[in-house]
Design a protein around this ligand. Structure first.
Ligand SMILES: Cc1cc2nc3c(=O)[nH]c(=O)nc-3n(C[C@H](O)[C@H](O)[C@H](O)COP(=O)(O)OP(=O)(O)OC[C@H]3O[C@@H](n4cnc5c(N)ncnc54)[C@H](O)[C@@H]3O)c2cc1C
Length: 300
């Protein structure tokens, strides 16, 4: 329930109406409703303002949504999706967008097509909206960009505080494997494990500090840059400490038979994506360069 609990719930607390909070927060807290994030489109990823999905008022306070989203994590399990859509016809870039709440169980109006990843599993999807009904706009019609950016700051920044409980467990598991295989005797691997631990402590301190300094324009991007690369290097270590055995799969691989990976291999492959989703490393560096360091804007 990470997307509902850590991304949407705090966004509703900040931007939602009392009615939206009463309706959605209790089932999120009880783990009864799962959410997915409908931002990216085939023509709108890093350049999110290129969104083309449209939503038109349906006369009852809700909207009718038409368009395509892509890379929508866990849409196959989600009960609801928050969708960034263009509600003002003819508007461009970040103007005229609204942040809409869409129930996923709308046969014939919403289609979810899984995308197979190199892990062999399908955690993300293409989602097609064909006249799907959306109940309400969070933060008011046309204010979607501000709401969407508020949510992204949570995704890149403070939500990583809870994520680090998982990071600690993963690092401990890699250290245990290094001891078991004897890799911990290798001075280079040993030094990398220590560095990994020291960086995790530093990231945790940074995440805690961001709780007390809301509005710091660089903090979410600093957090995202640090944890994305850190987690990727942990995935590499998870395989390396197991030596040659780390690269052998539990069963033969063939196109017909979906392959299985052990948890270390899954971590290694999945963490390739950590420097892409939630805004790529290049985008975080641009934000820091332009908004914090005052460097010239990159040419468009
Ligand atoms: C595992 C995973 C899960 C995801 N889950 C979701 C989800 O649940 N919901 C959702 O909405 N999206 C999701 N995404 C999509 C993700 O947010 C986008 O992939 C990301 O924003 C990059 O957009 P893009 O893929 O269109 O790449 P592009 O924007 O086309 O970028 C391609 C490359 O060009 C670089 N680039 C782009 N612009 C610039 C620039 N101005 N300067 C320098 N370099 C630049 C990028 O860094 C990247 O390396 C997910 C992605 C992954 C990998």
């Amino acid at each position: 329930g990470h997307i509902g609990e850590n991304l949407l719930a705090p966004t509703l607390i900040a931007y939602g109406t009392e009615e939206q909070r009463r309706r959605h927060l209790p089932p999120i807290a009880r783990g009864e409703t799962l959410w997915c994030q409908g931002y990216s489109e085939p023509g709108a990823g890093s350049d999110l303002a290129g969104i083309r999905t449209t939503a038109t008022p349906d006369g009852t306070g809700g909207y009718t949504v038409t368009g395509q989203k892509i890379w929508t994590s866990l849409a196959q399990d989600a009960d609801w999706c928050f969708v960034l859509a263009r509600t003002e016809p003819g508007s461009t870039r970040h103007h005229g967008l609204s942040f809409l709440l869409v129930e996923m169980d709308q046969p014939g109006r919403i289609e979810v097509r899984p995308i197979r990843q190199m892990t062999g599993t399908s955690e993300f999807n293409e989602v097609f909206f064909d006249g799907a009904r959306a109940a309400e706009a969070v933060g008011g019609e046309g204010n979607g960009w501000a709401v969407a950016m508020g949510l992204l700051a949570l995704e890149r920044g403070v939500s990583t505080l809870a994520q680090q409980i998982g990071f600690v467990q993963e690092l401990n598991e890699v250290i245990a494997a290094a001891r078991a295989t004897g890799a911990a005797e290798d001075p280079v691997l040993r030094a990398r494990l220590v560095r990994q631990w020291a960086e995790l402590v530093t990231m945790r301190r940074h995440a805690l500090r961001t709780l007390g300094t809301p509005g710091d324009p660089g903090a979410p991007s600093v957090a995202k840059l640090l944890w994305g690369g850190w987690h990727q290097r942990l995935g590499e270590l998870a395989v390396e400490v197991r030596g040659e055995a780390g690269t052998v799969g539990p069963q033969p691989w063939s196109p017909e038979q979906p392959y299985e990976l052990n948890p270390a291999q899954h971590l290694f492959l999945f963490t390739r994506a950590d420097t892409i989703y939630g805004g790529s490393d290049e985008i975080q560096r641009n934000i820091i360069a332009e908004r914090v360091l005052g460097l010239p804007r990159e040419p468009r």
